[in-house]
Design a protein around this ligand. Structure first.
Ligand SMILES: NC(=O)N[C@@H](CC(=O)O)C(=O)O
Ligand SMILES: [Zn+2]
Ligand SMILES: [Zn+2]
Length: 427
């Protein structure tokens, strides 16, 4: 089976050029001109009509909610949402029920993902039993069973001793440790960023030091243990500074930032609105500026959505009681392309690096992140030229908890292919 994508605009040495892409048996066979002369006619032709074709996007931070929380999302709906957003590989976080904290549970989840997912799913195991306390997971065992990394996302690892032992174990097993950094003794029941906006709204605040102080602890533990330490969803200027300094010291640390922390701040919270409640919270404009500076100087390695679907009921009422988290898979590319690339803060090539090439490289997902002969045909065809409105009605995720609904953006994903098969497509 062969497919020819005609007239694709692809990035080549940071410039967009028009080429054809030939796919054979799920892999990219060739990228170039007049491919039918060399390889003969393809079984199928997709006319890209000068639309942008990107290597499939890679998101290392997604909540699929399956098993156990399937009223919010399932493997099917979450990975359809990923395909709709142009993502072809996602990392699934372990805050599900039961928590994948044994080799047997990981093996089961890996099998379920393979049977039900529309895109490639890399599965996280937890760091500790049931994502809490101090008993470590069998890292060698979960790696053998198919876990690609470990994380307690949703909660921080509270004690240095447990984190250090976890890092030593993960390093020995060759697993990246991805940390949700949050010191519970500094969180104090907050629901949004601590500061003048929270004070004005009368809402309890979450201090930035609950995040940054744990990163400061962890980079030193990472240095001592030799683990690849990855920081999830950095949100403050101090976090960026600590990570920048750690990188300069040669420590093996990487980090991600979410689209919402790049696009919004607590100044956008003008009333008690659960759609703007997530963990970590939207920070100050000064923090947002530091995140963008961190992206530009390479301190921040990648963008990850932290797609966190919840039911309408769980996201209604007051920020004091609503669930933390917003969806992201179906809005990430378009919102970032519109706000950062069209305004020339980033080039398109830099955005694709941050959303595909670098997450694939840094998480050893060596079958993702590049459009090149021999690679799996994982790609998305995107219309960069026509403005559209983000609407809840077009979302394939079960969760409609997005603050970006109603935004007018560019960068509509028209079609997504995984292993050469169309997993999302509009005519
Ligand atoms: N980000 C969130 O606000 N919520 C996430 C958990 C997490 O990423 O920490 C969730 O699972 O809902
Ligand atoms: Zn988290
Ligand atoms: Zn998360």
């Amino acid at each position: 089976m062969s497919t020819l994508i005609k007239n694709a605009r692809v990035l080549d040495a940071e410039q967009l050029t028009t080429k054809d892409i030939l796919i054979e048996d799920g892999k990219i066979k060739a990228i170039g001109h007049d491919l039918n002369q060399q390889y003969g006619a393809a079984d199928h032709v997709i006319c890209a009509a000068d639309r942008f074709v990107t290597p499939g996007l890679v998101d290392v931070h997604v909540h699929l909610r399956d098993p156990g929380l399937t009223e919010k999302e399932t493997i099917e709906t979450g990975t359809l949402a990923a395909a709709h957003g142009g993502f072809t590989t996602i990392g699934a976080m372990p805050n599900v029920d039961p928590v994948p904290d044994t080799p047997a549970k990981i093996a089961l989840m890996v099998a379920e993902n393979a049977a039900k997912a529309h895109v490639h799913v890399a599965q996280y195991a937890s760091i500790t039993t049931n994502r809490q306390g101090d008993e470590l997971v069998d890292f060698e065992g979960v790696k053998q069973a198919g876990a690609f990394a470990v994380s307690n996302d949703g909660s921080g690892v509270q004690t240095a001793g447990t984190m250090y032992r976890a890092m030593c174990g993960a390093a020995k097993a060759g697993l990246t440790l991805a940390a949700h950094v949050e010191d519970d003794s500094l969180t104090m029941g907050g629901v949004m960023n601590a500061g003048p906006v929270a004070d004005k709204l009368g809402l309890p605040g979450i201090m930035g030091i609950s995040e940054s102080s744990q990163i400061a602890r962890d980079v030193l533990l990472a240095e001592a243990s030799g683990v690849h330490y990855h920081v999830c969803h950095v949100s403050t200027a101090e976090s960026v500074r600590v990570i920048r300094d750690a990188k300069r010291a040669g420590i093996n640390v990487t980090c991600e930032v979410s689209p919402h922390h790049l696009l919004l701040t607590d100044a956008d919270i003008t009333l008690d609105n659960p759609m703007l409640k997530m963990n970590p919270p939207l920070r100050s404009p000064k923090d947002r500026a530091a995140l963008i500076a961190g992206l530009l100087d390479g301190t921040i390695d990648m963008i990850a959505t932290d797609h966190a679907p919840h039911t309408d009921a769980q996201k209604s009422g007051s920020m004091k009681t609503a669930a933390f988290g917003i969806t992201g898979l179906e809005t990430a590319f378009a919102t970032l392309y519109t706000a950062l690339v069209k305004t020339r803060l980033l080039t398109l090539s830099q955005l694709i690096d941050l959303m595909s090439t670098k997450p694939a490289q840094l998480f050893d997902l060596d079958q993702a992140g590049r459009l090149a002969p021999g690679m799996p045909a994982d790609l998305a065809i995107i219309d960069l030229d026509h403005e559209y409105e983000i609407k809840a009605a077009t979302m394939l995720s079960k969760g409609h908890n997005s603050p970006f609904i109603g935004w007018h953006v560019y960068g509509n994903v028209l079609m997504t292919l995984v292993d050469g098969q169309v997993v999302y497509g509009k005519d």
